[in-house]
Design a binder for this molecule. Structure first.
Ligand code: GDP
Ligand code: IMO
Ligand code: MG
Length: 404
């Protein structure tokens, strides 16, 4: 498979997140030597289903079920350490010790409890002022990146340092500005717990990833969130606070653009969004409810019902431009199995494509697809000029058509 996708391949969500990145990362990771997550934090929820058991990753890359493969958490990440320790522990319970192969960028930022509290305060303030917030995941993401941009953040390189006086100052300033009480003993305890577990993992991941490359190793990049949530190019201000494009991922990992050999765009066969913000192709309530139930469209991080809608060709064209996608993975095709017709948003209104009214669940070969399902896939290829390499036909690891 590396021959089709080259030595450095990225998997980048093409919509508003939750496209099914986790599943394809897990599948493609088998063929790569190193798996690297670039940006974001525990706002991500990446699901993989192996032997009917569901695993949800928030910080660890979804490829970490592949024993022995090094995993990297890049400089663009904001790390809530108790969540990371929990995930490491869960992996241990599942029989996988990830610590010896986990490499965390010393440049990644630590996300503290106070960032989560501030997320709540800022959301409340927006709701008061505008009648609604952004609908964040409340994982402290905006405030952590705010600190990073303001150059007041604390990075993983300081994990070993005594941060008592710095945290005291931070707590005082937060109390003064927002009237919030921060328990720095909780923060210090979290740091100590993390230090004990992660001591050997924090490193210069930029040098490391380049050494892997120079040694002929292949790298799989796992993007988080989706391009329409990008801080610069998304539907601002209803976006996340990181760069979710391929450029953001390369920047976060310290990889030059020329190292990239392929970029797989992940898009649902329809579209969903969690949180507030524009969604021009949002379905009617009845259609949305039907798709939500069939697609089990509830947030992997927050459990919130996802808003459901249809594919938007103008949005796909925009994200193809932003990322230079070389391939698509169209996910969750099976969710549309019972639709009579499938609206697709075009630049001049909707076009209705005929449904196929037959089960595609679990199919693994393109030839087996009903004729109208093939046409739907071909329509996406024609409209976007990007070939479809994978088609999701169910949540399970093996429920995937590899088309080439
Ligand atoms: P991610 O954040 O992009 O990794 O996606 P999420 O894990 O948040 O959401 C995707 C959901 O769809 C998860 O529950 C997956 O198990 C599920 N899923 C992924 N691919 C498919 C598919 O092809 N068909 C169906 N029915 N479910 C899928
Ligand atoms: P994965 O990696 C879907 C959305 C939130 C909210 C906005 C800002 O699983 O695809 P934030 O907490 O980041 O400040 O929230 O971004 N959001 C996501 N939506 N999937 C995600 O990640 C998301 N990460 C953030 O719902 O609208
Ligand atoms: Mg998700």
């Amino acid at each position: 498979m590396t021959s089709s996708f080259g030595n450095v391949c990225a998997i980048i969500g093409a919509q508003w997140g939750d496209e099914g990145k986790g599943k394809v990362v897990d599948i493609v990771a088998e063929h790569y030597d190193v798996i690297a997550r670039a940006c974001g934090g525990a706002n991500a929820g990446h699901t993989i289903v192996i032997d009917s058991v569901q695993h949800i990753f928030h910080l660890l890359p979804s490829g970490c079920f592949h024993e022995g493969k090094p995993i990297i958490l890049g400089a663009g990440m904001v790390l809530h350490l108790p969540t990371l320790l929990e995930e490491i522990e869960e992996m241990k319970k599942a029989g996988f010790d990830v610590l010896p192969r986990l490499h965390i960028s010393s440049e990644a930022h630590i996300l503290f409890e106070y960032h989560k509290k501030l997320d709540g305060v800022f959301e409340e303030a927006r709701a008061k002022k505008k009648g609604k917030g952004i609908g964040t995941t409340m994982r402290g993401i905006g405030p952590a990146y705010q600190d990073k941009a303001a150059r007041t953040g604390i990075r993983m390189e300081s994990l070993d340092a005594d941060l008592t006086s710095e945290l005291k100052e931070r707590a005082e300033s937060i109390k003064e500005q927002f009237g919030l009480d921060i328990d720095i003993n909780v923060e210090l305890k979290n740091l100590e717990d993390a230090r004990n577990v992660l001591k050997g993992c924090v490193t210069d991941t930029v040098s490391l990833i380049h050494e892997y490359l120079e040694g002929g190793k292949s790298i799989l990049i796992e993007g988080a969130q989706g391009v329409l949530l990008d801080l610069d190019h998304g539907s601002y201000p209803y976006v996340t606070s990181s760069s979710t494009t391929i450029s953001g991922a390369l920047q976060a990992l310290g990889l030059p653009p020329k190292s990239l050999e392929s970029c797989i765009g992940i898009a649902k066969a329809y579209c969903t969004r969690v949180g507030e913000g524009e969604f021009p192709a949002e379905a009617s309530e009845a259609d949305g409810n039907r798709i939500r139930e069939r697609g089990v469209e509830y947030g992997a991080t927050t459990g919130r019902p996802r808003r459901c809608g249809w594919l938007s060709v103008p949005d796909l064209l925009k994200v193809v431009r932003l990322n230079g996608y070389t391939h698509w993975n169209i996910t969750k095709l099976d969710v549309l199995d019972e639709e009579d017709q499938i609206p697709v948003m075009m630049s001049d209104g909707y076009q209705n494509l005929p449904g196929w009214k037959a089960s595609t669940r679990g199919l693994t070969s393109f030839d087996e697809l009903p004729e109208n399902a093939k046409k739907y896939i071909q329509f996406i290829e024609e409209q976007t000029g990007v070939p479809v390499a994978f088609i999701g036909t169910g949540p399970g690891r093996e429920e995937m058509i590899v088309k080439s």
